[in-house]
Design a protein around this ligand. Structure first.
Ligand code: AMP
Ligand code: GLY
Length: 414
């Protein structure tokens, strides 16, 4: 089967690695990274119409979209119009991630639990609402900001300043000209993933991401410094409740509103006193969550995603194992870019592998060439064992300026 993967990160590499373990799979990437070219062919086609043409000419049977940007720009609609099979939500359904205000109103319309909020582009209204909340509180830019559009304000003054800076366009340009102000939820976070075909879904192991740069959840926010799954913090009862109280009403609501959801529904949850609240929706796999989920899927990912794209999703089986992934980032991440650095892998580690992300290739060598460079992933029968193996691999991966957290999965092991 010829498969096209859109995206260039560790997430797309992880999907590709899983697909390559299946029979007769040829992969193309648009654009891919320095290491995906070892798994298939990297394409430099940027325009979605041209990419759809390429897919037709090269008998691509399935296209998988990794990141949110092409989804919210409508790549799925373009491919479908050409009669091509593609796994991911339409532009309309991708609004669940692309507009936080749309997402919050959708949750309210469908009685799905979320933080109390106000959507507005009116500074006075925002200020009045802020005066009804107690600190801390949260101010969010409506549009896509590459994970940066959320401000946790420690006082009403700070929240008002954030609102002012967003509405004026100063902090996030047009993405901030509409804002969501909401109450702060105090609990622990989980990443819940469901593969959806517009009507039905299958749940994947519940993961936990680690957003802060440094150990003990200190330092600035990042795209995610490591993940593990399944998390023991997600009991069977909690999973059932999220399926019943969040995923099912979301699929039903999206269908009723004329934009059925096909793709990965990634529910960012805050668990407060055992109650699941939706913090956000993403319409794609998380990164680095995807890197730990792929090795836990038993069976063919190509079939699963092909069936989902056709609207014919079938039950899937999962391995009775745990996976831990530790991100290795470059020296100056997340502040600024870092000098390119050659990556050496001293020794392989059993049941562990590397998912390459921000890398480029020169000759046969792979270079660190981005913020989050790679993820060391390991699987085992326990989280502790998987973590030990992932860290053993980290110790064997060398590049100048490499940084990684030492405490991935701490909430599971404390
Ligand atoms: P979001 O992109 O909406 O998930 O926000 C990014 C991060 O900000 C989340 O992963 C949380 O850590 C934090 N966050 C967002 N909304 C809230 C909230 N209402 N209460 C507490 N933390 C929040
Ligand atoms: N790891 C969080 C995300 O992909 O948004």
């Amino acid at each position: 089967m010829n498969i096209l993967i859109i995206g260039s990160g560790g997430r797309e590499y992880a999907i590709a690695l899983k697909l390559k373990s299946e029979k007769n799979i040829n992969l193309y990437f648009a654009p891919g990274n320095g290491a995906t070219s070892r798994l298939g062919e990297n394409l430099s086609i940027k325009d979605f119409h041209e990419l759809a043409n390429f897919a037709k000419k090269n008998s691509i049977e399935l296209t998988i979209v990794g990141p949110e940007a092409p989804l919210s720009e409508g790549v799925v609609d373009i491919f479908k119009k050409e009669g091509l099979l593609i796994f991911g939500p339409s532009k309309a359904a991708a609004r669940l991630e692309a507009s936080k205000a749309y997402m919050k109103d959708f949750l309210a319309r469908n009685d799905i639990k979320t933080a109390k909020y106000l959507n507005t582009d009116d500074k006075e209204k925002a200020f009045k609402f802020i005066d009804t909340l107690s600190a801390p509180m949260v101010v969010k830019a409506d549009g896509l900001c590459a994970g940066k559009g959320v401000i946790i304000a420690n006082s009403k003054e700070e929240a008002k300043e954030a609102v002012g800076d967003m509405l004026s366009g100063a902090s996030f340009g047009d993405a901030g000209k509409f804002v969501v102000v909401e109450e702060f939820l105090d609990g622990f976070e989980l990443s819940f993933f469901a593969i959806c075909d517009g009507e039905n879904f299958v749940s994947l192991p519940v993961a936990q991401d680690h957003k802060r740069l440094l150990d003990n959840d200190e330092g600035p926010n990042t795209g995610g410094m490591g993940a593990y799954a399944p998390s023991p913090l997600a009991s069977k009862e909690l999973v059932k409740r999220v399926e019943e109280e969040v995923v099912k009403p979301t699929l039903k609501g999206m269908k009723n509103e004329g934009s059925p959801f096909c793709g990965v529904l990634f529910v960012g949850l805050m668990i407060v006193k055992n109650e699941p609240y939706v913090l956000e929706f993403n319409v794609r796999f998380g990164d680095p969550e995807c890197e730990v989920l792929m090795p836990l899927i038993d069976g063919n990912l190509s079939e699963i995603l092909l069936n989902a794209a056709k609207g014919e999703l079938k039950p899937i089986s999962l391995k009775d194992e745990f996976a831990v992934g530790v991100v290795m980032s470059s020296k100056n991440y997340p502040y600024k870019s870092s000098p390119k650095a050659k990556i050496s892998v001293l020794n392989d580690v059993k049941d562990a592998h590397i998912a390459y992300a921000g890398v480029s290739k020169e000759g046969d060598e792979i270079y660190a060439d981005g913020g989050r460079v790679l993820v060391c992933v390991a699987t085992a029968k326990s989280i502790k064992e998987a973590r030990d193996k992932a860290y053993e691999l980290c110790e064997n991966v060398k590049f100048d300026g490499a940084h990684f957290r030492r405490d991935i999965a701490w909430q599971a092991l404390k």
